[in-house]
Design a protein around this ligand. Structure first.
Ligand SMILES: Cc1cc2nc3c(=O)[nH]c(=O)nc-3n(C[C@H](O)[C@H](O)[C@H](O)COP(=O)(O)O)c2cc1C
Length: 367
């Protein structure tokens, strides 16, 4: 029991927070400055996703978080390198055009270029210069970026999906490790994806204690944790805290648009799939017309474009989903726990409910 309590207090001390809960960074415009600040103001840790933000957008977001909270918060970077632009996109263009036609959208092959790989390091410099206290990484080996973060006086966190990845992060000197189980919504954090998109899918229940046993730094359990039952379970597995994404998508302050929220609330635990349909890299998402059409194309021998080109090719579909508020063509990353969150709430209420329910559960277990 003391080892469990000390894992949690080590995490709270490391981050300078009161509750062992991290709101997952979620690229796509969902982790608004308002969400990040509300979570941090409630005594947990808000995290801003830097991926897919331009540098001026990131600067603006940092300024807005700073205006809304004086508490610690984190900024997160995704490290998967963009593949070179694919030469042959005709077959996938035809698949996407059929989807466009079926949904009353014009054909399109217009495609923004992938952001340069150097952008992460440029934006990391900006974040460190701005004095952000905690920086986290996922979808790759951060290498000497861990030391760079620490040299600037910040805390470095990184995500692993296997014990081997966690051991590498520990060897790099990471201050904390996120153990991302297979239930998790969003991209798999796996460092190296197999040629046909294979990734290990180790569940949170099996992965967390194995990583806790393998590293000496605090571990954040992530994937399928939706309420205080998951929080207590994660602490019992030896985690110092949890990183929760899907639940916070339904916070009032998140950037999720109404159709996305409605789909999350209506979905069952069987409605997600790990798919390359969204971006070209495996990610857990809600199935819809877009995911199903690209899966069917895969069965007919048409593979998704390599990351991030599939997302760039579908950019107009994702934008239309948002402006029309129609989930059929949306990119809706979500975890398997979605049946456990059915209400939209202020972020502060989510944190307060987790804390209060946790106490109740622990007392019930002690009886
Ligand atoms: C919509 C969405 C976007 C995500 N984007 C990121 C991201 O930008 N960076 C990151 O480290 N993790 C990202 N994740 C994964 C989360 O960090 C976390 O592992 C996951 O949300 C945990 O599973 P849960 O959704 O079941 O709570 C994302 C997850 C979701 C649902």
């Amino acid at each position: 029991m003391t080892a469990l309590a000390s894992a949690e207090s080590a995490l709270l001390r490391l981050f300078g927070i009161r509750h062992p809960v991290v709101q997952a960074p979620m690229a796509g415009g969902w982790t608004t400055p308002e969400l990040v600040a509300a979570v941090s103001n409630a005594g947990a840790l808000g995290a801003l996703a830097a991926a897919r933000l331009t540098t001026p957008q990131l600067e603006d977001a940092l300024e807005r978080v700073r205006a809304l909270t004086t508490r610690p918060f984190a900024v997160n970077f995704l490290l998967a390198a963009p593949a070179p632009p694919p030469r042959d996109t005709q077959a996938m263009d035809a698949v996407l055009d059929r989807l466009r036609a079926a949904h009353g959208l014009p054909p399109s092959v217009a495609r923004p270029a992938a952001p340069p790989a150097a952008l992460v390091d440029e934006q990391l410099g900006l974040v460190l210069a701005a004095g952000v206290p905690i920086v986290s990484f996922a979808m790759g080996d951060p290498g000497d970026r861990i030391a760079r973060v620490q040299a600037a006086g910040a805390v470095a966190v990184a995500a692993a999906t296997t014990v081997a990845e966690a051991e590498l992060l520990a060897a790099r000197g990471a201050d904390a490790v996120v153990a991302q189980g297979a239930e998790a919504g969003g991209h798999r954090g796996t460092f190296e994806v197999g040629a046909d998109g294979e990734v290990p899918l180790v569940g949170t229940m099996a992965l967390v204690p194995a990583i806790v046993d393998a590293v000496r730094v605090p571990v954040l359990a992530s994937g399928g944790i939706m309420d205080a039952r998951g929080l207590v379970a994660a602490l019992a597995l030896g985690a110092g805290g949890v990183q929760m994404g899907t639940r916070f998508l339904l916070a009032h302050e998140s950037g999720a648009y109404p159709a996305y929220r409605r789909a999350l609330i209506a979905a069952r635990e069987t409605d997600t799939a790990v798919t390359r349909a969204i971006s070209g890299r495996p990610a857990r998402a809600l199935r819809n017309a877009l995911v199903d059409a690209i899966a069917a194309a895969g069965d007919a021998g048409v593979s998704p474009l390599p990351y991030p080109h599939q997302a760039l090719a579908s950019g107009d579909l994702y934008a239309a989903a948002r402006t029309r508020d129609d989930a059929a063509l949306a990119a809706m990353l979500a975890g398997q726990g979605l049946r456990l969150a059915r209400a939209e709430q202020p972020a502060r209420a989510i944190v307060e409910e987790l804390v209060a329910e946790r106490t109740r559960i622990v007392q019930a277990l002690a009886r």
